[in-house]
Design a protein around this ligand. Structure first.
Ligand SMILES: Cc1ncc(COP(=O)(O)O)c(C=O)c1O
Length: 438
């Protein structure tokens, strides 16, 4: 590498050596954050920071206003109902009707402490519905914290990278796992963190069909709800709708985060939506752990109750107000987050113009959407090597290796924290990188 790099070579090398990291490219998101903070401080240069997936825009104001009002009225002193306040449950049910076009009884619409608590609770309950079926199948790449959740719970998982199994190929691949009879449930995110692929209707039907055949429950993580910007998903009650397995399956759980769609990450509130059929379903094996064999009851009073006894009271009022505004057509939440897609479009082109490749680039035969994340590689370098070099050029991101991806050449970029006034810097640094690596 040319030692005349955009960020002072000596400072970067020094900070890497002080960090104790053997290979920068293998560091966790938080380790990279700390290293880059230190380099920025010493060099006085700002990085193009693409490592962390945090919202880059202010919280949805109707939520903040409703939450302040609720706090002033005294809700902080009162325990909220574990299953959620009625207005929120109704608005969640309206929301999934308006934006996914599915019917779910408010009973199965539950607030959770972020969608992370939703998945934790679901892992707990779903791995107990059938004795001997205590594994989750991840359609990867995926969000590493989900695997960490299973690890602490003591449950196992299977995984495959969907890259080579798009379209009809997904059927045989899924069957090869499900037919072994050990899988209780499947999890994937859509749009996908980290690759930003979105499953097609054909693929969602295949997932629904096979999960039904093998009695497996589908967990669909909609953390980036409405953000397939190729379609306008923001008009209530009007097609096109957010793509979801829920339109093809009877037994599903949806996790809808308010962190990115409503920039409400700090208040830790998300939604768990359990289909009517699954909510009422009886699983005698649940009696080993719960008072009842009914799934919904076991989730609310046997799982969420001991985990957190419900979700922050004031945040429930915030979310209810946000959803009501979206349901009534007063808040175009999709419009508010389109900035992520616009930034990704420009940034991806800069990478392509400078010798980089997009790793996950297609949904069957269609180009993937521009959104919160994209994945890239540079010929001749592994993802770990690439990250280790990019740090000298003032660009930080994370390796796909920690996400269950087989694409060892890949790196994930998150666009949310990159400011548009940094695009000039990004272009200059990518050019310098390409020049030095040809
Ligand atoms: C795929 C995915 N699921 C879940 C989450 C966490 O959501 P929440 O903040 O609602 O817990 C994230 C956050 O980055 C995510 O990317």
């Amino acid at each position: 590498m040319d030692k005349n790099t955009p960020i002072d070579y000596k400072i970067v090398s020094e900070k890497i050596s002080e960090s104790g990291l053997k290979e920068v490219g293998k560091a966790t998101i938080r380790e990279i954050k700390k290293l880059v903070d230190n380099i920025e401080k010493s060099s006085g240069e700002n990085f193009i920071r693409m490592e962390m997936g945090i919202p880059g825009i202010p919280p949805t104001q109707v939520g903040v206003d409703a939450e302040i009002k609720a706090l002033k009225s005294g809700v902080a002193a009162i325990y909220p109902d574990i299953q959620g306040i009625p207005t929120l449950k109704n608005e969640i049910s309206r929301f999934v009707k308006n934006f996914i076009n599915i019917d779910v009884n408010p009973e199965g619409c539950l607030p959770t402490v972020g969608s992370m608590q939703g998945s934790f609770a679901a892992f707990l309950a779903l791995n107990r519905i059938h004795k001997g079926r205590e594994k989750v199948l991840f359609i990867d790449p995926g969000f590493p914290v989900h695997k960490q959740q299973l690890q602490v719970l003591g449950y196992q998982y299977e995984t495959f990278d969907v890259y080579n199994y798009r379209g009809d190929k997904l059927r045989d691949k899924l069957e090869s796992f499900l037919s072994k009879g050990e899988i209780s449930s499947i999890l994937y995110s859509n749009p996908n963190n980290p690759s930003w692929i979105c499953f097609t209707e054909n693929e969602l039907q295949i997932i629904a069909e096979l999960s039904k055949k093998y009695g497996v429950i589908v967990m669909e993580d909609l953390a980036y709800f409405g953000m397939d910007f190729r379609k306008d998903l923001g008009t209530p009650g009007q097609a096109p709708y957010q793509a979801s397995v829920a339109r093809y399956s009877d037994d599903y759980i949806l996790f809808i985060s308010s962190s990115k769609a409503f920039s409400y990450a700090g208040q830790r509130i998300g939604m768990m939506v359990i289909s009517d059929h699954l909510f009422k379903a009886e699983f005698p094996d649940l009696l080993r752990f719960y008072k009842t064999s009914q799934f919904g009851y076991s989730m609310v009073f046997g799982t969420i109750y001991p985990l957190s006894s419900g979700t922050s009271h004031s945040a429930q009022y915030a979310l209810a107000a946000i959803l009501k505004a979206a349901n009534d057509g007063d808040l175009d939440f999709v419009e508010d987050v389109k900035i992520y897609g616009k930034k990704a479009h420009i940034m991806k082109q800069m990478f392509l113009d400078n010798g980089f490749k997009i790793v996950y680039d297609k949904d069957e035969d269609e180009d993937i959407a521009d959104g919160f994340y994209f994945t890239f590689s540079y010929p001749g370098l592994s993802g770990v090597e690439l990250l280790g070099e990019l740090i000298y050029y003032g660009i930080s991101a994370i390796s796909l290796a920690i996400t269950g991806s087989d694409r060892i050449e890949g790196v994930r970029a998150c666009v949310s924290l990159v400011n548009e006034n940094q695009f000039g810097d990004l272009e200059y640094r990518l050019k310098a990188f390409n020049r030095d690596h040809q």
